[in-house]
Write a protein of this length. Sequence first.
Length: 425
Amino acid sequence: MIDTRIIRERPEHFRAELEKVGYTAAELERLLAADEERRRLLREVESRRAERSKGSREINKIAGPEERARAVADRKRAGEDLGRLEKELAEAEAAFVRLALEVPNLPHPAVPPGRDERDNVLVRTVGDEPRFDFAPRPHWELGPELGILDFERGVKVSGSRFYVLVGEGARLQRALIAWMLDLHVREHGYVEIYPPAMVKRECLVGTGNLPKFADNLYRDVEGDFWFVPTAEVPVTNLYRDEILDGAKLPIRHVAYTPCFRREKMSAGRDVRGIKRGHQFDKVEMVKFVHPDHSDDELERLLDDAQDVCRRLALRHRVVEMCAGDLSFTAARKFDVEIWAPGCNEWLEVSSCSNFRDFQARRANIRFRPPGGGKPELVHTLNGSGLALPRVMIGVLETFQNADGSVTIPEVLRPYMGGTARIQRA
């Protein structure tokens, strides 16, 4: 959420900046008009309230009964008019908030220009392309043949885009999650959180998922609880409506959750295998930092995500999003993608974003500077560390062997009970 006051002060500047991320001039005009209307009504209501208070004091000074009765009647009509104005003000405030919540974040000055994903910038590629003396196969062939991935029973139980991990497949998934959590806690300095997988509506408003992306979320209508699309939502909202001790910043958390998305936005994309399911697992890194340090913390966040790829020996690359391909909430964003040789494509496993004060304003997360002073908004950041099942895809396809078996990366073997290879039963 952006401070509308600063938009009013420099409307042309913000019009140009917001147009970079797809927010039109017409949308901005509607926002500013709604802002002006609610401020006009607020001024009118405050004026009428002052007049009512003054009138109440004057009535007490009137001696004549008839004149006093007329004054009382006038006061009653003024009170009715004020009531109508207060109702109009409440409606105007609600209309303004609805529009304000639809305004995307401003792009960071360092974000490269561009209209869509074709203008994104390749930052670096790490690792050579895996070499095979046979034709590498995709995971949707490898998994079922190894008996570790069952598509048919997943569909039977829950429908399309669901699957079942079996035996060593389930164990590999669990090993990846546990190892990634341990890496981030023990070596990267995060504190682990195990949050609820369902949240209140206001939590999704705070992180920017609502109201814009309601159609892509799962919801329990009766209780108005929402299934989390990522651990970012509950972890960020741990500090909603709080003032943090600035001396304790940065706060770095890592969390595992199952994640739930309708995946409507993947229409028209290749959805074979386990790339795009309605339910998936993810390890998420979330930071709360001093505004002066958020750019440095983004670099560190990105390196933490890449470290997972490096230790798994997965070929990967980093891509910076151009202005036109930024998410609704991000001021700056880098994607980490791994190479899947069987699918013959790059798969995103982490989006590392600096939201600056966008989420903090929506969720009212502030900090008090050391030594006192007025509370300020924190900057929030997050990134996957990493997202499954795409890491699973990378492992299966990168370390497959000619006989159909899969070699387990060394860092995972202690979490697999020493198993070095998954092979046909």
